[in-house]
Structure formats: C-alpha cells, structure tokens
Ligand binder design. Structure first.
Ligand SMILES: [Zn+2]
Length: 309
C-alpha cells in the first residue's frame, strides 16, 4: 500500500506542469487519468490523444498531438504505432481535416501510424520528418514524403488565425529526431528527446550521447529565444518550467557520466555488466539491460573525448 501511495504522489507531482498549462488559476477541472479513448484539450490550439501502448519503454503510451483548429485544419505530430483504433480516433478528433503529418523520429511507437493515417485523409496530407539513418534498427525504417529542414516553419492558415510550427533538428535519441516549437503558444513538442516520468534511452549507433547533449543545448536556446515555458513530450504529462527542466536533465546526464568514468577507472578490466550494476545502483536491476545502452553511449563519448585531448 505504501508503495502505491508513493507512486500516486510521484505521478501527481509529475503533472504539476500540465495543471499549470491547462488551469493556470487552478479553477478548471482537468482529468489526469491516462486513457486513450478521447482527446485531451491542452490549449485552444492543441489536443493530445494517447495511444493504447503503455509499457516500460512507452510510459502511459505514445502521445499523439493535433495542432490547429477547425478553420485551419490540423497538423498531426507522432501518429504513433499502427493501431487502427487509435489512428481512427486521431482522424476523428481532427474532424478528418489533417493537413500534414509529422514524425519526430522513426521508432516503432512513433512513425508506423503515419501511412495509415495519411490513407484515411482526403486529400492525403504529406508525411514530414527526417529519413532514418543507415544506423537505424530494422524496426525503425522511415522515409518521409518531404524532408524537414532545420529552422523551417510549418504554417497552418493565414493572418491572425494562423499557427506556426518551427522545426529543430535534435539528433541524439535517434539520428533522425526532430522537435517542434509552436510559436504562438510558446510550446515545445519534444518527442522522446525530453520525457516526463522516464529517462530517454540513447542507444548507439543510432543514438549518440554527444549529439544528445548538444541537442539539449539547442532546445535550451530555443526555449530562451521563444519564451517557452512548457514542454509537451511524446510520453508523460506536460512539463513546466521548460528551461529549468532541460538544465536539470543535462546535469543529470553529466552526473551519470561522471559515475561511468569513476567506475571505469576503478575497475578498468570490468565488463559492461559489472559496470552497469555500479553506475545504475539507484535503478532496479530489471532496467539494467536498457540502462546499459545509455551507459555504452557514455563510454563511447568518454573514449572520443579522451582521444581528442
Ligand atoms: Zn517513444
């Protein structure tokens, strides 16, 4: 019971940012229970629909977002896995009017829903994003209809009624990862680069720790430039205090890296299994196989830094 109570408190705390976004004065009732049956309005321009694929790697499930309104039509971000019921709900939530589909990256919980969602729509919207790199796993192959440029602005509608999403290339979690800034609301759609309630896995070779940290810097700069307060991740609730959240994440990564270095120096002949038990002694052993992927990314980065010294 005690554990259950703690989990509820932790979940409640992770939702602070979301409550600050949807109900700044606290007067508006906002349901926090995760469900995938209906979309959750976050702002007047943004709906979230969570796919029914909860799990160790996906948290409560993949968050698909719709940006826009009934006049301008919508841009769908991360249609998620190829789940026909979820794709249908996403299409209905947009009133069938989807003008573009953007995938933040090619992983199987993000991009496979793009093609079936496109097929549902008339006329068919383009699927946008970055093509998967040669390093991508077999289950993470993705080719967009059009490649999005770094800094490109996706515009829905015109004049006062318009919505603008700016593209930021953010390799690190995946080589073809990108984030989007909704300029009028100061919101960052972070894909899997920044999550709420779980830690991004950086799995080489498609994942790269130096690229991941550099992309965090790029996101921090974008938050400062565009006055972004809120981050909308692909898994978990909205995060508040965007700049502080990113700084905290980077500090956490660098602390973990210091622990990797100290462990390697103390036990240079140790195996990856030996090291992961020490470096992630604060994490349940069932998570070590996944944690070992991120540890490998730190080891490769440390080796590259040592070579350039
Ligand atoms: Zn994901």
């Amino acid at each position: 019971m005690r554990q259950g109570a703690e989990a509820r408190v932790a979940e409640h705390e992770s939702a602070y940012g979301e409550l600050a976004l949807v109900s700044p004065g606290g007067g508006h009732v906002h349901a926090l229970d995760w469900q995938s049956d209906r979309p959750v309005p976050l702002t007047r321009n943004v709906l979230r629909l969570t796919a029914p694929n909860p799990g160790v790697m996906t948290g409560p499930g993949t968050n698909s977002y719709l940006v826009g309104d009934a006049q301008t039509g919508y841009i769908a971000i991360d249609p998620g896995p190829n789940d026909p019921a979820h794709i249908d709900r996403l299409w209905r939530a947009a009133g069938g009017d989807i003008r573009a589909i953007v995938c933040t990256h090619s992983h199987p919980d993000h991009s496979p829903g793009a093609a079936p969602l496109q097929t549902l729509c008339t006329p068919q919207p383009p699927v946008l994003g970055l093509p998967s790199a040669a390093t991508a796993r077999v289950d993470s192959q993705f080719t967009p209809d059009r490649v999005l440029l770094h800094g490109e602005l996706l515009q829905l509608g015109e004049g006062a009624q318009s919505h603008g999403l700016q593209v930021i290339h953010t390799p690190g979690h995946a080589a073809n990862h990108l984030c989007l800034v909704l300029l009028e609301d100061g919101l960052l759609f972070s894909g899997d680069h920044v999550l709420n309630g779980s830690t991004t896995v950086v799995s080489p070779p498609d994942g790269d720790m130096t690229a991941y940290l550099d992309s965090l810097d790029a996101l921090a700069a974008a938050c400062a430039k565009h006055n972004i307060d809120f981050i909308l991740p692909a898994h978990g609730y909205v995060l508040g205090q965007a700049g502080a959240a990113i700084a905290h994440l980077k500090a956490h990564r660098l602390r973990r890296e210091a622990k990797v270095l100290a462990t390697m120096q103390a036990d240079p002949a140790g195996s990856m299994e030996d090291w992961v038990a020490k470096v992630y002694d604060d994490v349940p052993p069932r998570m070590w196989p996944v944690a070992q992927r991120s540890m490998l990314a730190h080891v490769l980065r440390l080796q590259a830094l040592a070579e350039t010294r």
